[in-house]
Design a protein. Structure first.
Length: 335
């Protein structure tokens, strides 16, 4: 059954972009949205602190079915801001798109087409928008190794966080729980699967994502992600204190275990032995930071790790190693 809007005047896809800094960081992303082949079938919702932050005319609103601002006050939590945008959406499918993610022109059309299927969520193939440093490449591998390179369309258990599209009716059903679930989007996706629903990868939808690449910021990001992974796993499996302590004590083994886990994805993504060796130091240090965080999280829980990660998500361009590093290769620049 098609999910296209029954009213031809209504959009088929709503795209929610959280703009914590207003116009300062969304120009490139909005340029890519204007270049979409399905722009006229797309509604763009920019979640910003105030209505005055956004000038629809300057953003080429005439290219879209609609372009609106959702004012939410100061933005400190991305999940709550995204949930506000979803609540204002009118299309049957809602795509989340970060202000440091640059979709290719066929992205929207591919998501709309894929959502004619029964999938609760559809994710794109992801490429690295700033692959010029070892830190960026390693950060990309640790986040998107399973979602890049040659991909076959099909059911998945994990889709790119903050950059995938969901059926709006399903998201609306979460009510006030939606914001917290979107903070660590893997929890939302796991809940959808637990309800018997399916997630789908559509490689015809492609976006280029900017990684944190300033070394200190990248290591801090890996550490906080590790805290969340360790804390959530220990809580979900109800590990007793001695199990937590034993796992944390095995921390020196965790980097090698993590590398073994992603090795197949790295090979499929085209990472060669030479490339792995060239970036080996950055990879080893990053995996160690992740393992340290996981050990701490296993012992003490995730604590405020999600809050600490917000800075890297909402202010991505302050955590790059070069001012022009975010410019994507192979994507259309903003007109």
């Amino acid at each position: 059954m098609s999910l296209s809007a029954s009213d031809p005047a209504l959009p088929e896809l709503s795209v929610v972009v959280v703009a914590a800094s207003g116009m300062a960081t969304i120009g490139q992303t909005l340029g890519c949205l204007r270049a979409q082949t399905a722009a006229q079938r797309t509604e763009v919702l920019i979640v910003a602190p105030t209505d005055g932050e956004i000038d629809p005319g300057a953003l080429g609103a005439e290219r879209f079915a609609a372009l609106r601002t959702v004012a939410v006050g100061p933005i400190s939590r991305r999940g709550d801001a995204a949930a506000a945008g979803i609540g204002a959406a009118s299309a049957p499918v809602v795509a989340l798109l970060e202000d440091h993610s640059y979709p290719e022109p066929g992205w929207a059309a591919a998501l709309i087409s894929a959502h004619d299927g029964p999938w609760a969520g559809v994710g794109p193939r992801v490429e690295n928008a700033n692959p010029g440093t070892a830190v960026s490449r390693v950060t990309f591998w640790l986040t998107y190794a399973s979602m890049t390179g040659p991909q076959s369309a099909g059911v998945r258990t994990l889709l790119p966080w903050h950059n995938s599209a969901y059926k709006r009716e399903l998201l609306a059903g979460y009510g006030e729980r939606l914001g917290p679930l979107l903070e660590w989007e893997g929890n939302l996706q796991a809940d959808l699967i637990a309800r018997g629903l399916q997630l789908y990868m559509e490689p015809a939808a492609r976006t280029h994502h900017v990684q944190v690449s300033a070394p200190r910021a990248a290591l801090a990001q890996h550490f906080q992600r590790g805290r969340i992974l360790g804390g959530q796993r220990a809580a979900a499996e109800r590990w007793p204190w001695w199990h937590r302590a034993a796992y944390a004590a095995a921390m020196p083994l965790l980097p090698a275990m993590a590398l073994r886990y992603i090795a197949a994805d790295l090979r499929r993504a085209g990472v060669t032995a030479r490339g792995l060796a060239a970036d080996g130091l950055a990879l080893a240090v990053s995996l160690t930071a992740l393992a340290l965080g996981e050990a701490v999280g296993t012992l003490t829980g995730p604590g405020d790790a999600i809050d600490r990660l917000e800075d890297y998500e909402l202010n991505r361009y302050t955590h790059l190693s070069g001012r022009r590093e975010h410019r994507p290769e192979g994507t259309q620049r903003a007109p």
